[in-house]
Design a protein around this ligand. Structure first.
Ligand SMILES: *[C@@H]1O[C@H](CO)[C@@H](O)[C@H](O)[C@H]1NC(C)=O
Ligand SMILES: *[C@@H]1O[C@H](CO)[C@@H](O)[C@H](O)[C@H]1NC(C)=O
Ligand SMILES: [Mn+2]
Length: 668
């Protein structure tokens, strides 16, 4: 039987989607349609038809960083699209449904005049809550802001609600040994709504065979909402009256972050296998058996279930297609294509080898301890999933996704404890790089646009983790890249990176310009990746976010040969088509195309803004924010009349940024 791959949807589980009011994120997949049809849960479509298949993301605020991984996943998803006809059918079908939904809405509107909408810009009310009174709207909005999902609705839904069974039908024919290992389910949370936690507990109790479920351990990472104290204790008492000794709760007396919360749960657990989960989940039918059976078979396998999305507003379930869990060089998680070896197996129930986990995991309890559980030095949130993944693979285990184990997971609109997760992830990413990534660690610095020396970022003491790595005789990151994650491509030719400024005006930076579009611009300097540039010793000049994966989608600055506008082209395409994409450049010197000999320069328009032009070289020179090794430092300055000291100034700015905690970092 032919396995038909569908578009994997693109949200990372670990990284909750943060959509600002003014950010329009559009993604839509067959998965959504399927849940529409299957579950008949969707009353209306979430996104306008006109946006179908367009990876349209308007990036306007600081949230763009968080959204970038979605865009990447989206593009990846689109490349996985196999069947154009399928898509056409889907579009037609969706069109029909959109029309139907629109008609329904119109009919309902005719019946009774809806109340005034108090929060027309709130994401909560985009698909939901049109009939709420003003007081109800206020309450719902309030709760939404506090928790990042629809608590008002959650409080009304039955705790034991039914969700669609999203497993492949072949999973239902699987049988499992009657002698499976026992399970500790661990739910960790910070400021989670009570009804959401209760629904997670209820789903675990109802959908796990009672003889396998040894305990449910709750870990409260120092929540500040009051209902999680007395009320939750009462609920636990009630559960334990019905199921003696089943529930335990452990409360941190200070905020310790995701990794330590998971460790706390693991330490308290006593069953053969631990499943470490978020508390905003509902496990689906038959979720536990595939996990227990696989870990029984091989105690060194760390597994992840497949996630479906519970929409933060409607709390309806959207089926996600199977994909493997990967990450980019910033260590943001993303979904990657299924391995060919798995597709060739022609078994939809077979475990899928995966480079990483998204966060939620299950493992043999003792094995997880032997390899060092979670790295407690990973703070707040983010990157701890990649850290564990590298450690598991490099130190003798493996990671697999189990297609027959499914968990519905609420992708929060925002996290109640941190609106912008980037600083936490960046710091954690450096920690991962320094412990696990050997001679490839520079890729993380490059992707985050951090100087290789004296970054000023304190990633904590890594000596004990380095010692662990020694003790376990773990393999190298080079081995991991070659054997586990060949899709992720290191680059060794980059010698200059960061912002690029022209001597004419240092307040503007080279920028990738509007996307979609391929015309770079000069733009007021800011800290987002649209102004990242990467100059290679080989002459390429990447502009925009560093992607660096197989089938490179990085974009190279090119001279089209005619006209005066430079353009950005896919580097692989530019190479294939022999475009003029190689430039001579050193800090404080001109940027000259090797083929056309034209210079990249800027020109002031009547409006006062600058445009990039390709022309016969004048005296303009460029500086680049960071340099690698001693590139550019020994160069004898050409007698340019510009400001040759620009590059030096830029370099010194970064190296004196702040005092690094070099002694803390345990490295030379
Ligand atoms: C949920 O619980 C209620 C009350 O205990 C019960 O009547 C109902 O049948 C349950 N629903 C499901 C789907 O199990
Ligand atoms: C360096 O470490 C000290 C003590 O741990 C801390 O207070 C300080 O903020 C750190 N500095 C930086 C730049 O991270
Ligand atoms: Mn989560």
């Amino acid at each position: 039987m032919k396995l038909r791959r569908k578009l994997p949807t693109v949200l990372c589980i670990g990284l909750t989607l943060a959509i600002a009011v003014n950010l329009l994120l559009v993604f839509y997949t067959t998965g959504a349609l399927q849940s529409f049809v299957l579950g008949s849960l969707h009353k209306e479509l979430r996104f306008p038809l006109s946006e179908l298949d367009g990876a349209v993301i308007q990036r306007l605020s600081h949230l763009e960083v968080e959204l970038q991984h979605l865009e990447e996943g989206m593009k990846l998803a689109l490349t996985q699209q196999e069947n154009v006809e399928n898509t056409r059918k889907r579009v037609k079908e969706e069109g029909r449904l959109v029309q139907k939904a629109a008609e329904t809405t119109v009919n309902e509107a005719k019946k009774h005049k809806p109340p005034k909408q108090l929060f027309p810009h709130s994401q909560l009310f985009k698909q939901w809550g049109q009939d709420l009174s003003e007081a109800q709207q206020r309450k719902a909005q309030d709760l939404f802001q506090k928790f990042g999902y629809n608590v008002y609705l959650s409080d009304q839904l039955p705790l034991n609600r039914t969700i669609p069974d999203t497993r492949d039908s072949r999973c239902l024919q699987k049988t499992y040994s009657s002698q499976l290992p026992s399970l500790s389910a661990i739910l960790i949370f910070t400021n989670e709504a009570l009804s959401i936690i209760q629904r997670a507990i209820t789903s675990i109790i109802n959908r796990t065979p009672s003889w396998l479920l040894k305990e449910i351990i709750l870990v409260d990472d120092f929540s500040s909402n009051g209902e999680l104290k007395g009320f939750l204790d009462e609920k636990i008492k009630l559960y334990n009256q019905e199921y003696p000794g089943l529930l335990k709760i452990i409360r941190h007396t200070e905020r310790k972050g995701l990794a330590e919360a998971r460790n706390t749960g693991w330490e308290a657990a006593s069953a053969d296998v631990v499943a470490i989960l978020d508390a905003h989940i509902e496990v689906n039918v038959g979720w536990a058996e595939p996990i227990l059976a696989r870990i029984q078979e091989d105690r060194t396998v760390v597994v992840s279930p497949v996630f479906d999305n519970v929409h933060f507003d409607t709390l309806q379930l959207e089926k996600y297609e199977l994909a493997v869990d990967g990450f980019n060089w910033e260590l943001w998680c993303r979904y990657d294509v299924l391995p060919q070896a798995w597709i060739d197996l022609r078994d939809a129930t077979a475990p899928v080898k995966s480079p990483s986990i998204m966060g939620i995991l299950a493992a043999n309890r003792l094995f997880l301890g032997e390899i060092g559980s979670l790295d407690g030095g990973m703070l707040v949130y983010g990157g701890e999933n990649v850290e564990l993944s590298l450690r598991v693979w490099q130190c003798g285990g493996r990671i697999e996704i189990l297609p027959c184990s499914r968990i519905a997971h609420v992708e929060r609109h925002h996290k109640p404890y941190a609106l912008d997760l980037s600083p936490a992830l960046r710091r954690n990413a450096l920690r991962v790089a320094e412990i696990w990534m050997d001679e490839y660690k520079h890729m993380v610095y490059l992707a985050w646009n951090i100087p290789l020396q004296n970054s000023g970022i304190d990633y904590g003491d890594i000596s004990s983790r380095r010692a662990l790595r020694e003790r376990l005789k773990c393999k190298t990151f080079d081995w991991y890249l070659k054997n586990v994650y060949p899709l992720l491509k290191p680059i060794n030719t980059i010698v200059g990176y960061g912002r690029m400024k022209n001597s004419l005006d240092e307040s503007v930076c080279l920028d990738q310009g509007p996307v979609p579009g391929n015309t770079p611009t000069m733009h007021h300097c800011h800290q987002f990746y649209s102004q990242n540039v990467y100059y290679h010793l080989t002459g390429e000049l990447y502009v925009g976010k560093l992607i660096a994966e197989e089938n490179t989608r990085d974009r190279c600055l090119t001279d089209p040969g005619k006209g005066e506008k430079p353009s950005l082209e896919s580097c692989s395409k530019a190479t294939k088509n022999g475009l003029f994409m190689y430039w001579d450049f050193k800090p404080g010197e001109a940027v000259i195309n090797r083929d056309t000999k034209r210079c990249l320069e800027i020109q002031r328009e009547a409006s006062g803004t600058y445009v990039l032009v390709l022309q016969t070289c004048t005296t303009q020179v460029w500086g680049i924010q960071h340099t690698v090794g001693n590139w550019g430092q020994t160069s004898v300055r050409e007698p340019h009349q510009g400001t040759p000291a620009l590059a030096d100034r830029m370099t010194s700015t970064t190296s004196t940024a702040s005092t690094p905690n070099a002694t803390h970092s345990g490295r030379g």
